[in-house]
Write a protein that binds this ligand. Sequence first.
Ligand code: WT7
Length: 635
Amino acid sequence: MSNYHIKHLEEYFQVYRKSVNQPEAFWEEIAEENFMWRKKWNAVLDWDFSKPSVQWFRGAKLNITENCIDRHLLTRGDQTAILFEPNNPNEPAEPISYKQLSVRVNKFANVLKSKGIQKGDRVCIYLPMIPELSVALLACARIGAIHSVVFAGFSATALATRINDSDCKMIITSDGAFRGNKTIDLKGIVDEALDRCTCVESVLVVKRIESEIQMKSGRDFWIAPLLEKASDTCQIEIMDAEDPLFILYTSGSTGMPKGMVHSTAGYMVYSAYTFKNTFQYTENDVYWCTADIGWITGHSYIVYGPLANGATTLMFEGVPSYPDFGRFWEIVQKHKVNQFYTAPTAIRALAKHGTELVNTYDLSSLKVLGSVGEPINEEAWHWYNDNIGKRNSPIVDTWWQTETGGIMITPIPYVTPTKPTYATLPFIGIQACLMDENGQELKGNQVEGRLCIKFPWPSIARTIWGNHQRYKETYFSAYEHKYFTGDGALRDEVGYYRITGRVDDVIIVSGHNLGTAPIEDAINEHPAVVESAIVGFPHYVKGSALYGYVILKDTGESRKHDNLRKEINQIITEHIGPIAKLDKIQFTDGLPKTRSGKIMRRILRKIAANEMENIGDISTLLNPEVVQSIIDNKL
Ligand code: WT7
């Protein structure tokens, strides 16, 4: 039996028990047998959740690119590492072998060095889903620079905030991006952001859409001529196990986005191990995750996890709806995809267009279907199971977070019996628990509470960049000695978990994690707005959509309201990005407040969801009378 690849349910239970009873011995064996180290560790784990501080494989030395690339060159140099499928279906796919990837990463790493990037420097990456994006991550990792990828759908303001927060010295971008039948002016957005950033010394630009762009002399460089001149060998930087590998921002319920810091060794071990088992990846499979590398899903399960296993990972530049809603299935057929990993919002959007198109494609290569990012509702689960998997491919509903670095609760396909809407069992090494409102752990089954994790796992984020105090308060203060996830969950009679959703002010729209505070701050910038409150409401495709309650300075004529709605969404687009636009905007004279002045979002959520009958007690409000008026004017 290899603990690295679990194939039977008894094996899962046996390995799980070992991972909990002897975590250090367990992870030591996984690390030792499956990865390349330049030096072994002095200790497998040091931890103290009260500080909080977690260190895995202390004292070990390694480079993650040696594990993701170099070690595969002898055994699978000509195998495709990255299979690039462009936005335009008429443009040929580009298979990049491990050998070719090695050359591209080494050259890119040398270019970074030639621009003065050194170990520990932060490099912001703002690119579309093209091979250079994966190459740029790996090039940073090769020389020990810390990458901070910002999703290319974020606005100039959001980009500038993230660049400044981690003091990035360089930004890597492209002239533009293809997205369906549109192009996006990425370089223009970068230029606008950089008006607000003094830390950036150089900008490397990939040519993708051949558009006319401004190049600032001495700051901006086309990358192609630099790559051409660069040597194709670049020595690895030997990293400490706990050296940061990357920063990735995620929204909090309040304030600035949080720059989650992931470490090198623990992240590598856990992303690789979870990839292998959650997708049951075997030799010569073609694996496809449709996420963007701008999110953690792409970091762990397009780039690092698959490459550490010597897999073939497909990277898709486009969108599910272009040139039509059959695009995903066309790609599955064309490349004989074996594992397909997507988000419930995509499944629902595709389901809306029926099965006629789906049924024209041969999907028989599929073995495993994945879901991630938000709870998958029963209807979407069945549609996916019936029409895509033909009831032959288990669905792995994987629960995890930017902060966890890897999958935490999931079925193992062909091992764990699945159950619609349930993420099922904790992964190996994950000690999940449910807590009640009084901070007591709920024992036994058939209970519902707040989801916490009792013990560290290798890829837990180590801190928030520049703000360890906030890290402690956000994740380790709600319940003593436990990591609090921010999610609610229930455990059924056999111990399966079902995630019920966020219990804080984070709203998940189309699988994107959005905090209410930054959106409200953006709206409040509009000169006509006094105050606003955002809540989520159920939406068929997006899972949750945003409902805004806005108080205007002057109620004015109602015919102006449609213009105001457009302007408010425009401001949100400028501050955050189009993903945070509101579906509904209700103008109101007041917002329900507690006596201490806090907005009662619970009430607003009920109204937005049309659940007026169970609004609950409003008598303790400062202004109970506004509730009726909000209900009367509900959109
Ligand atoms: C939040 C984390 C993990 C990568 C993508 C999202 C929600 C995630 C599931 C799932 C129910 C899920 C949780 C979590 N979530 N996966 N399978 N079932 N909810 O990463 O942006 O950090 O968001 O997404 O609410 O806390 P993220």
